[in-house]
Design a protein around this ligand. Structure first.
Ligand code: PLP
Length: 395
């Protein structure tokens, strides 16, 4: 059997899959089994924040794995405590952290915090959570229901939990709030929804309004977090004080990890929440190494420089093909260029793969680029040469 046949026979069919078999990765370059190189502008959907085979990350992981991979959360776990401390320090918020294993699990934790807050702070047990249309919050039954896309709420998996509603815009959130609303859950740049950042002033006004009303602001930073937008959190860039922040994708550099941070540090008591694997030695050692690497890159100014370089290159390309694209969007190294329609997007994705540069889609018609934060200028240059050649075959 070929690898494709084995995969199709034994793995459940949940993904529209490409069958290029990558066997090696160095920085932002991937090699398939024939030895052909691909420039990686996707970084595993914003996961490989420090690239492939990063020596500082892999050394830290290997050293940890040779010793202890896992001991339960019934014991103190040194790298977990240190990672929580580092995350809180980098965020600048007075918060505490719970660790899980994925973005959806982080958002589940956030919703549990909100529900308990609603129960303990309001006489009428507030429980409703408002989210936005085109949002994406995960694939568990609850986070799929929190996701503001009707197509995700298929009757296959119903009934879903109550208490979620979706608004078209930030402006509409104000009038949607009622006396059962406990929280508003938003992404500051909707990743899956089209990479469109919300205006800073709108988010600041909403944050202020919610604070006055005693309603929690939950920011889903599963994709925007860990320096993706240029600051440790997009919340830092937007200069807001959220109640709850969720993280995952980039935090472990490829090792599964999710986290929920909140300023309501005493909301949970033992027994309220838990996770067998969450915050174990492996994932939190990886998280510490990732944050060491990225906080240094940030402090040195190199991260910012890299972002501007990538953005400049992308903008050039966008301007070169006005017949293909209608808008360029995004922040930091979370970028998109909107294709004129879905059919054009399909052609672009196919041509890019043929020209050996890995890109992503978002929403119906956006090309999404989420390169590793440690991508080099040479890799950026080479990636854009290939992307340009791919676009030239369509334009
Ligand atoms: C990817 C993503 C999730 C889900 O994360 P998983 O690790 O796949 O569960 C949730 N929210 C946002 C904003 C995401 O980008």
């Amino acid at each position: 059997m070929t690898l494709e046949e084995i995969d199709k026979s034994f793995v459940l069919h949940t993904y529209g899959r490409n069958y290029t078999n990558f066997v090696r990765g160095v920085g932002s370059t991937l090699y398939d089994e024939k030895g052909d190189d691909y420039i990686d502008f996707a970084s595993g959907i914003a996961v490989n924040a420090v690239g492939h085979g990063n020596p500082r990350l892999t050394d830290a992981i290997c050293e940890q794995v040779r010793n202890i991979i896992h001991i339960s959360n019934l014991q103190v776990i040194e790298p977990q405590a240190k990672l929580a401390q580092k995350m809180v320090e980098l965020s600048g918020y007075d918060m505490a952290v719970f660790f899980g294993n994925s973005g959806a699990e982080a958002n589940e934790g956030a919703i549990k915090i909100a529900r308990k807050y609603g129960e303990t702070k309001f006489e009428n047990k507030r429980y409703k959570v408002i989210t936005l249309e085109h949002s994406f919050h995960g694939r568990t039954i609850t986070t799929v229901k929190a996701t503001g896309q009707e197509s995700f709420h298929t009757p296959h998996f119903s009934p879903y939990p109550d208490g979620f509603s979706y608004e078209k815009s930030i402006e509409d959130v104000y009038s949607a709030i009622d006396d059962e609303t406990v929280a508003v859950l938003i992404e500051l740049v909707q990743g899956e929804g089209g990479v469109e950042p919300f205006p800073k002033a709108d988010i600041q006004a909403l944050a202020k309004h919610l604070q006055e009303k005693g309603i929690l602001l939950i920011v889903d930073e599963v994709q925007t977090g860990v320096y993706r937008t240029g600051e440790f959190l997009a919340c830092n860039l937007y200069e807001i004080e959220p109640d709850i922040v969720t993280l995952a994708k980039g935090l472990g550099g490829g090792v599964p990890i999710g986290a929920v941070m909140t300023k309501h540090k005493d909301i949970f008591v033992p027994g309220d929440h838990g996770s067998t694997f969450g915050g174990n030695y492996l994932s939190t050692t990886a998280g510490l190494a990732v944050l060491d690497i990225l906080s240094e890159l940030y402090e040195s100014g190199a991260l910012h420089e890299n972002m501007l370089y990538f953005e400049g290159k992308l903008h050039e390309l966008y301007e070169k093909y006005p017949n293909l694209f209608t808008k360029d969007v995004g922040l930091g190294l979370m970028r998109g260029i909107r294709a004129k329609d879905g059919e054009t997007l399909g052609k672009i994705l196919k041509a890019a793969m043929e020209h050996r540069v890995i890109i992503l889609k978002a929403g119906r018609n956006t090309v999404r680029l989420l390169p590793s934060l440690t991508i080099t200028k040479e890799e950026i240059d080479e990636g854009f040469v290939r992307f340009d050649a791919a676009l030239a075959t369509i334009a």
